[in-house]
Structures are given as C-alpha cells and as structure tokens.
Ligand binder design. Structure first.
Ligand SMILES: [Zn+2]
Length: 534
C-alpha cells in the first residue's frame, strides 16, 4: 500500500491498516537488512529475531493512530564485542524505548509550551493524541536548553515571583532580541555566575545600581555597564515628586484663588451623571415590562414574583412611571469652616485635626469631630503625608475636589516639555517658577536633564551634576549623588542606544505565562516555557 494519504514512514513498508474502536492501527515492517552495533559500531546483517514496537503517532483525520512497527534484532558478529544482540534503532521515527513517535512528541511539546499542563492535556484529548497533564509536563521538563550563541550585549532585569517578597532574574540578548535565561533569584552571586560563562559579553544593560551592578562587576569585569535611561528618568521623577510634596504648602498658597474654593463637605453628594442615567434607563425598562404584563392579565402578586420586585413597587409603577431621583445638594456643617481649616493646615502648618476641631468649637462649630478628622486626613493625603491616626470611617469621606492641582500633577509639569501643557497650566507653572526660587531652579535642572536623555548625549552631564549637587533642593542633590556613584554606567546609558525596553517586553510575556499556571507552576517549568518558543 502506497498512498500520499498514509503516514510518512521512510524505511518501512506499510503492510496493513485497520480501524477498530475508532483507533487506526497501521502495521509496518522495517526494510533494513543490516545495522551497526551500538557498542562496537560493527555492521551486522545476521538477524536474530523480529519483534514489534507499538508507537502512538499523530492523529489521522481526527482519529487516534497506533503504529505497530516490526523491527529486527541483530547478532553482533564482532568477535571481541561483549554484546551478543542488539535492537535495530529507528532514530527517524522514535527514540529508544519511546512509546510515541518523534513527530507526536514534538507536537505535544509545543502544546505544552503554549498552554501548560492542564489546558494542554484537555486539548490533546480533543485532537486525538490524548496525553495526561503529568506526561505533558514531563516532556517539557526534559526539553534540552537551546544552544546560546555567545552574546555581546545582554540585559539583566528582575521580575516578581510574588510582588515584594520573591524575585527572579531574566537575561536577554539585546542584539538578537532573544531571551537567554531565567534565574530563580535576583542576587548578585547567581547573576555573576551566569555572566562568567560568556566572556564574549561586552555590554551589560541593567537597572539602577544594586545587585546587578555588583553582578556585572564580578561576573563580567570586561563589560561596559549601561544604566537604563528609563530607570534614571524615573528616579529623577521620584525626586521631583518628593520635592513638590515637601513644597506643597507654598505651592498651594501660590496657586490658591483669592477666595478659597476648595470643596469638601459642602459638595453635594452627587452621583456620576452616566451612572444616574443608566439606573433610570433600567427602571424605565422594568416599568415597561410591568405595564405590558399587567395588560396581559397578570395579577400584582404574579408580577412581583415574576419580576422579583416588591408588590408596593409594582403598584406604584402601575400608577405612574418612575421619576429620576433628585439629589438635593447638601449644605455641610463644615462649609463655613473650610477657609479656617485651610489656613490652619496649609499656611500655619497645623496637622492636628483634633486641635483644629477644638478651635472650631470655640468659634461656634456644633458638629462632631469625625468629619473634621476625615477632612484633615484628606488634606494630608493630598500633600502625600501619611496620616498617623488613619481616617475614622464612621462617615464616608467625600471626595476632595481641589482647585489647586495635586502634587503628583505638578510633578508631571516639571517633567514634560512645556509646550505639552495646556495654557492654564503653563501660566500656573510660570507663576511657581517666578515666585519661588527653589521651584524655579528645580524646574530648570529637571528640564535640562530630561533634554540630556532625549538627546542621547552625556556631554553636558558633568556641569549638570555640579549644578544639581549645589542646588537648594535636597531631593535633587541626593539624586545627583546617586548619579555620581555610577557615573560611567549613567554616561553609557545616555550615550549608547541600548536600554531595557526589550527586556520589559519579555517580562510582560513571562508574567503572562506565570499567570497561566495560576501561580502554581514550579520554577523549572516556568523557565522552560519562557525560554522555548511555543
Ligand atoms: Zn558489537
């Protein structure tokens, strides 16, 4: 039997095909007449016996396929060889002792890589090559590491096994866009041991400082270290953010309108218009159903049971359509006192909410202390100060709508090119820069540094660091000291084209694979699935 439809079995003749119980059984005979002894490699054509090997193969028209192949056992005819007989190897079809063909194994491996154990196993059942999750995982664990071409430019980055407690390392080849390895920890020693295996490494891109700098120093002293531009700008952004929070009382005073319109308790508890409209739409739909069903003769009780509504509501709907609920603006007890609280908090620096509460009582405030405490807590959150007491949640704190932008927002103004800001913010920014010398200087230095990053040039780094080290802003001085500690890597990060961008992409992929295992996959399995393309 020779047909293009039959499975491809080079070196075998297909004798017989039967279908029983939905399983296709293909009987094939080896046409080999001689084979080499695995011990002495002597060629022998003296057949000892024939025997059958049963192999699972790729499905055929969705049906499970079993190959039954007749292979030979040969005598070893070399006089000095200790081996008497040996089985004919069939390397193109299956490995020694294997119970599935190579091509089936490859497909199963790919399914396992793409889907993992359980989902992969379920799919194999559908596809007619049923394989248990355990077997699938065993196949994955056995996959040999793909050989690595000696890398020249690598990047090191960490990824979280469990955020905040356990981290691993991923290593990528930035030139070939390839992930090279995944390590179970992020300590300097294991990364250094890995780097030592490849003296070809000339450039190492990494995050700022810490373990990977040490790993590169120990494991690849020949390589140039590149501090990642993104991490550097992020660190500067953080420094700016902290400085802005520290200066926020001043900023708040500068940007506050003459009549304080900072709204808290006096804001009516208004729900989002969209949510309100959706509720009303739902209500109207129910009303329509009540009307229609009532006309069909259903009783009140039946309607209530059927629509899962209260009888009273059904009755009300029968009389008139539901009206949108009206939210009456509330005039809070605090309204009269907010200007006082703001003055005490921002201008006079009082952070003690109970103190403020007592002072308000002396002025005639008749409300409770809770809303005052909550309000002050929100003010503290606004300027990024942790609250010592924690908010008392007996009343729901109303969202604080500030006329003055938050510290976070102002931090962004300092980082973005000025033409990206709306005119109003540009005006406010100019006001801050001109009214406060520290903010003016901070702004100038921040913008200069971000320009260095955008221009990919470290030529102005030295004068910048000198200026920053003498600036009025302690957060900026500390940032500059950090840069100076690893100046060579920072310089390389500004000048060279390499960055961690690619690696971040690989980490995203890794996290996806990790989540597919519901966090139960062991490290070795995760590593296999990350390194081998499915
Ligand atoms: Zn032999």
């Amino acid at each position: 039997m020779t047909s293009p439809l039959l499975p491809d079995l080079p070196g075998f003749s297909i004798e017989h095909v039967t279908i029983a119980d939905g399983i296709t059984v293909v009987l094939a005979q080896s046409q080999t007449t001689s084979s080499s002894c695995p011990d002495c490699t002597h060629l022998s054509s003296r057949i000892h016996s024939r025997y059958q090997r049963k192999l699972a193969d790729l499905p055929w028209s969705g049906r499970v396929v079993r190959l039954v192949v007749q292979v030979c056992r040969f005598f070893c005819t070399h006089p000095d060889c200790p081996r008497k007989t040996f089985a004919e190897p069939i390397p193109d079809l299956a490995e020694r002792y294997a119970r599935r063909t190579n091509r089936l194994k490859e497909v199963l491996e790919r399914l396992g890589l793409a889907l993992g154990g359980e989902p992969g196993s379920r799919l194999t059942a559908v596809l007619g090559m049923g394989c248990s999750p355990d077997t699938l995982l065993r196949l994955l664990r056995r996959l040999p590491d793909e050989p690595i071409d000696p890398p020249r430019v690598v990047s090191l980055d960490d990824w979280a096994w469990r955020r905040g407690t356990r981290y691993g390392t991923i290593i990528c080849d930035l030139e070939r866009h390839r992930r090279l390895d995944v390590l179970a920890s992020r300590d300097a020693a294991s990364a250094a041991a890995w780097l030592k295996r490849y003296p070809s490494i000339e450039i190492i891109s990494r995050d700022r400082g810490g373990e990977y700098a040490e790993a590169a120093r120990v494991g690849a002293p020949q390589a140039v270290q590149v501090a990642d531009r993104f991490h550097i700008s992020q660190n500067l952004h953080e420094a700016i953010d902290q400085a802005i929070r520290r200066c926020y009382p001043t900023i708040h005073q500068l940007l506050s309108p003459t009549q304080p319109v900072l709204l808290g308790e006096d804001l009516p508890l208004k729900r989002d218009d969209a949510a309100k409209a959706a509720t009303q739409k739902r209500r109207m739909a129910r009303y329509e159903r009540v009307k229609v069903l009532h006309e069909q003769g259903y009783s009140l009780a039946q309607l209530a049971a059927y629509l899962a509504m209260k009888q009273e509501t059904v009755q009300k709907y029968l009389m008139e359509p539901p009206r949108p609920s009206v939210y009456k603006p509330r005039h809070g007890k605090l309204t009269k006192y907010t200007p006082f609280i703001h003055r005490r908090f921002f201008q006079e620096g009082c952070r003690n909410s109970l103190q403020i509460f007592r002072e308000m009582q002396q002025q005639g405030y008749a409300g409770g202390s809770t809303i005052v405490v909550n309000y002050v807590t929100q003010l503290r959150q606004l300027i990024g100060e942790p609250s010592t007491a924690g908010p008392i949640m007996r009343t729901r704190p109303t969202p604080l709508k500030a006329a003055v932008p938050s510290p976070r927002e102002i931090g962004w103004w300092f980082c973005l090119p000025v033409n990206r800001l709306p005119q109003k913010q540009q005006d406010q920014l100019l006001l801050l820069r001109e009214a406060d010398s520290e903010l003016g200087e901070l702004y100038h230095l921040a913008q200069t540094f971000f320009r260095l990053i955008r221009d990919h040039s470290s030529s102005q780094l030295t004068p910048w660091m000198e200026n920053a080290l003498e600036s009025q802003t302690p957060e900026l001085r500390s940032f500059a000291r950090g840069l100076r500690r690893e100046e060579i890597a920072v310089r390389a990060g500004l000048d060279l084209p390499w960055s961690q961008g690619q690696t971040e992409g690989q980490i995203t992929r890794l996290k996806l694979i990790k989540r597919q295992g519901y966090g139960r996959a062991k490290f070795d399995l995760l590593r296999q699935r990350v390194l081998h393309a499915a």
